[in-house]
Design a protein around this ligand. Structure first.
Ligand code: MN
Length: 197
């Protein structure tokens, strides 16, 4: 049985960029629903007992398993999203992540511009990502709906949720305001460094 990940901070800790009200619906309702759905979908199948990532990779691209993929990948994405944020985060990283960003994008400002533009421009629901390719080069990518970077051979370092449920209560249609505030105030660079390995 999969369980809803506990938030690594208090529900009001990301306010005012992400309010406790948004967290209540996003974590307590949307994220929880994916967990409940997946538990029902895998019950009694050969996927029961497998890890979340194993299920995501096993059913990716299989049309007849789309409901399993969508719910499993959305649990994975949301677990990763909550860890990608922290109170008092954002700004420029230091150490190896800073070095990798400078090598891959030329500067932190150029990276920030690309992460913002790419994430804001995701058409409809989806995710913006900082990810590393097989050669260790960092890239900014976007994925639609529940899609994950791992199916493209990329290792995710950070993500920003741009489904409307992530920002509409606090920012309404102003997706760019939400994305830029997350980049400036909430990104968890320690989590990115741990993922870079
Ligand atoms: Mn979401």
């Amino acid at each position: 049985m999969f369980t809803l990940m506990a938030l690594p901070y208090a529900p009001d800790a990301l306010s005012p960029v992400i309010s406790a009200n948004t967290i209540g619906f996003h974590h307590g309702k949307h994220h929880k629903t994916y967990v409940d759905n997946l538990n029902n979908l895998v019950k009694g199948t050969d996927l029961e007992g497998q890890s979340l990532e194993a299920i995501v990779m096993a059913v990716a691209g299989k049309a007849d398993k789309a409901p399993v993929f969508n719910n499993a990948a959305q649990i994975w994405n949301h677990d990763f999203y909550w860890k990608s944020l922290k109170p008092g985060g954002g700004g420029a990283p230091t150490g190896k992540v800073a070095d990798a960003i400078n090598e891959s994008f030329g500067s932190f400002d150029e990276f920030k511009k690309q992460l913002s533009a790419t994430t804001v421009s995701q058409f409809g629901s989806g995710w913006g990502w900082l990810a590393a390719d097989g050669a260790g080069k960092l890239k900014v990518v976007k994925t639609g709906n529940a899609e994950v970077p791992m199916t493209q051979g990329l290792k995710p370092l950070l993500t920003i949720d741009v489904w409307e449920h992530a920002y509409y209560l606090d920012h309404q249609n102003r997706r760019a305001d939400y994305v830029n505030a997350v980049i400036d105030k909430l990104l968890n660079w320690e989590f990115a460094a741990a993922n870079l390995g």
